[in-house]
Design a protein around this ligand. Structure first.
Ligand code: NAD
Ligand code: GLY
Length: 383
């Protein structure tokens, strides 16, 4: 069974579909032929060695079967390869292979591959068709949806990029069978994040899925389990699609509870943790897991969120998996890095906090006493 979630964008012609189901990589060809504007064109598959080794052959076979001439470009594995050098090599590959404006780029991999390939698609010949086949949990529910593409640089993460929507997203739930446990945990933390800001239904659905999550059933491709996984993914993606439809380019002035900014719940503290540990200690989603706990504690300290909701959030997060401890990290060093987020918009930092599950609020950093931050850190580090 395939679930279909539609993403509506401002430019109607740019709206697209996300397909979710088991084994869909084997249908990448017919899907691409239906989705790309030129089904007779060439397709540049961008991936990395690990993912391509696992899923490349099936995707390539299906694409060739549908009449495409797939060309493959593999980038390095890991965040450190999401940079200008890799982008340049990718653009050289596209040019050297004669990829033209009527051809397509297909990203097969996690968020690193998707962000880099998407940005290459946005800038190569001023934009060519782009398809996403995300293979990590995080990329399925978050990075492949909504058109944020980009790379890291010496001055920060994701600070060079473009909003560039794919023409379609194909999610094959079976690819999660090979995903390492920590990557699953990282993705689950992002799922809890979306549940916490999305509403009680999404939160409860995510919590129930995490309660029943069983890696053995995932590995065995148990039918009932696979259906519940696909249903959870569809609910997550639908939520993100709604936010993107209402605020595609994350408008600076939009400050309500449905602004795209709310997707940064847990991220101010998460980014700071990643930065003080030189991006080596945490998976991004794990840092966000701590960030959710911190934002919940902070919301409580500011009198916004009730203690029982903080407890509920923590209970559900625990089901996402074990997070690397933060007790040895100096809170003042973490607080000092908030200034990097502050620089991004008019020298002001806003937190995404919670009034209750499903009710996010944008809150100015300048209104938060240091004592509230310190106490939130203490409680976050304790658990
Ligand atoms: P990733 O792309 O680095 O993948 C994690 C690891 O899993 C890699 O080693 C990868 O090779 C491996 N892998 C991928 N699929 C696999 C599979 N099916 N089986 C086994 N191994 C597999 O990490 P990620 O968490 O997917 O993405 C993180 C990136 O996403 C960051 O760069 C972050 O900035 C970006 N991101 C972007 C957005 C957005 O809106 N564009 C949102 C969130 C995060
Ligand atoms: N991951 C945040 C966003 O897509 O806006």
């Amino acid at each position: 069974m395939t679930s279909i979630v539609k993403i509506k964008t401002k430019q109607k012609a740019d709206s697209y579909e996300i397909r979710i189901g088991a084994g869909l990589r084997n249908f990448a060809g017919p899907w691409a032929a239906e989705t790309a504007s030129n089904p007779a064109g060439r397709i540049a598959v961008i991936s990395n060695k690990k993912v391509f080794g696992l899923y490349g052959e099936a995707a390539e076979k299906s694409l060739a079967g549908a009449g495409f001439k797939p060309l493959v470009h593999l980038i390095g594995d890991g965040e450190r390869y999401k940079n200008l050098k890799t982008l340049e090599n990718t653009l050289k590959f596209l040019s050297g292979s004669g990829i033209s404006r009527t051809d397509t780029i297909l990203a097969l991999g996690g968020g690193v591959v998707g962000d880099l390939a998407g940005f290459a698609a946005a800038v190569y010949l001023r934009g060519i068709d782009f398809l996403q086949v995300p293979t990590t949990l995080l990329s399925m529910i978050d990075s492949s949806v909504g058109g944020k593409t980009g790379i890291n640089s010496s001055f920060g993460k994701n600070l060079i990029g473009a909003f560039y929507q794919p023409r379609g997203v194909l999610i094959d739930t079976e690819t999660l069978t090979t995903l390492p446990r920590r990557e699953l945990t990282a993705g689950f933390c992002e799922a809890v994040k979306q549940g916490a800001i999305g509403g009680q239904n999404l939160f409860d659905k995510t919590a129930a899925f995490l309660e029943s999550f069983d890696r053995k059933k995932l590995a065995q491709k148990d039918t009932e389990f696979t259906l519940s996984l696909a249903s959870m993914l569809a609910a997550q993606v639908s939520f993100k699609a709604r936010i993107v439809a209402g605020d595609e380019r994350e408008s600076v002035s939009k400050m309500d509870a449905r602004s795209r900014k709310i997707l940064n719940f847990g991220h101010t503290f998460g980014h700071a943790l990643e930065k003080v540990t030189n991006y080596r200690y945490f998976k991004h989603g794990e840092a966000v897991g701590h960030g959710i706990r911190f934002a919940a504690e902070l919301s409580k300290n500011l009198g916004l969120l009730a203690q029982d909701e903080v407890k509920l959030l923590n209970d559900v997060l625990r089901r996402a998996g074990t997070l690397p401890p933060i007790a040895d990290i100096d809170p003042l060093e973490v607080f000092a890095t908030f200034k990097f987020d502050k620089k991004l918009i008019n020298n002001s930092l806003n937190w995404i906090l919670l009034k209750r599950i499903g009710e996010p609020v944008i809150f100015p950093h300048s209104d938060i006493p240091l004592a509230a931050l310190k106490s939130a850190f203490k409680n976050t580090a304790r658990a």
